[in-house]
Write a protein that binds this ligand. Structure first.
Ligand code: NAD
Length: 256
C-alpha cells in the first residue's frame, strides 16, 4: 500500500470519548478528514450537540451519544448504538479526562475517587467494551488512550497527585492491554500530551500558563490540532507493528 494510503481511514468508524470539546473534538475533525465515520461520546449534552452539528456541517457521518465513561451501562450503550449505526468499529480514541488541582494533604477522598473514576476506571471500561466488541468482530482494531506527560513527571507549582497517578496508570494499562490483545490484532497505544491550549487550561490563571510556557523548550502551549497526526498514525494502517507505545507530545517539556 502506498505510504499516504496507509493513513486513510476510509470506511472505518472511530469512537471518541470526551469528544464534545478540546482534544477529543479536534481529533474528531482530523479523523473525519482522514475518512472515518465518527461516534462522539461525552457527558456534556450541550457541548456534544454543538460538536455534532459542527461536524455534520462538514458532511461528516456523526453519531453523538451522551455517555458517562464511569458507568458500565452507559459505556455499553455507547458501543451498542455505535454498532447499530455503523456496523463494525475499528478505532477508539479513549480520551475523556478531568483534573482536580489540590494539595495531597487537603484532597478529599471523593475528589481523589472522582479523578480515578474518570481517568483510569473510565478508560478501562471503554477499553474493555471496545476489546469485547473488536474480539467478537474478529477484524482487529486500534485503541488510543489519552495519558499525559504527567504520567512521567511531577508538574509544579500546581498540586495534582491524583491526576499524575491516574495518568501513570493509563500508560501501564495501555501496555498491559497491548500484550493481552495482541493475539486478536487489537493494538493499544497512548499519547501523552504536554500543556495544550484547551478549555481545561484556559480556565486557569494566566500567570500559571505563562510559567508553563516559560518552562517549555518550544516556548508555547500545544495546539490540539498538533495531536491529530499522532492519533491518526496510531489509528491507521501506518502503525500496524506499533502497539504498547506511549508517544510524548509536549514541546520537550519533560526532557528537562
Ligand atoms: P476538556 O476538559 O476540554 O475535554 C474533556 C472532555 O471530557 C469534556 O468534553 C468533558 O465533558 C468530557 N468528560 C469529562 N468527564 C466525562 C465522563 N465521565 N464521561 C464522558 N465524558 C467526560 O479537556 P482536554 O484538554 O480536551 O483533555 C482531554 C484529555 O487530554 C484528558 O484525558 C486530559 O487529561 C488529557 N490531557 C490534556 C492536556 C491539556 O493540557 N489540555 C494535557 C495532557 C493530557
Amino acid at each position: 500500500m502506498a505510504i499516504l494510503d496507509q493513513f486513510s481511514l476510509a470506511g472505518k468508524t472511530a469512537v471518541i470519548t470526551g469528544g464534545a470539546r478540546g482534544i477529543g473534538l479536534s481529533v474528531a475533525h482530523g479523523l473525519f478528514e482522514a475518512g472515518a465515520n465518527l461516534v462522539l461520546a461525552d457527558i456534556h449534552t450541550e457541548n456534544l450537540e454543538q460538536a455534532r452539528r459542527q461536524l455534520t456541517e462538514r458532511d461528516a457521518h456523526v453519531l453523538a451519544v451522551v455517555t458517562d465513561v464511569t458507568q458500565p451501562d452507559s459505556v455499553q450503550n455507547l458501543f451498542t448504538q455505535a454498532q447499530a449505526t455503523f456496523g463494525s468499529i475499528q478505532i477508539v480514541f479513549n480520551n475523556a479526562g478531568i483534573c482536580n488541582l489540590e494539595a495531597a494533604e487537603h484532597v478529599s477522598y471523593e475528589s481523589w475517587l472522582q479523578v480515578m473514576n474518570v481517568n483510569l476506571n473510565g478508560v478501562f471500561l471503554v477499553a474493555r467494551q471496545a476489546g469485547r466488541l473488536m474480539i467478537a468482530q474478529g477484524l482487529g482494531g486500534s485503541i488510543i488512550n489519552t495519558a499525559s506527560m504527567s504520567a512521567g513527571i511531577v508538574n509544579e507549582p500546581q498540586k495534582q497527585a491524583s491526576y499524575n497517578a491516574s495518568k501513570a496508570a493509563v500508560v501501564h494499562l495501555t501496555k498491559s492491554l497491548a500484550v493481552e490483545w495482541a493475539p486478536h490484532n487489537i493494538r493499544v497505544n497512548c499519547i501523552s500530551p504536554g500543556y495544550m491550549g484547551t478549555e481545561l487550561n484556559y480556565l486557569l490563571d494566566q500567570a500559571l500558563l505563562d510559567y508553563w510556557i516559560s518552562r517549555t523548550p518550544l516556548k508555547r502551549m500545544g495546539d490540539p490540532k498538533e495531536l491529530q497526526g499522532a492519533v491518526l498514525y496510531f489509528a491507521s494502517d501506518a502503525s500496524t507493528f506499533t502497539t504498547g507505545s506511549n508517544l510524548i507530545i509536549d514541546g520537550a517539556f519533560s526532557c528537562i
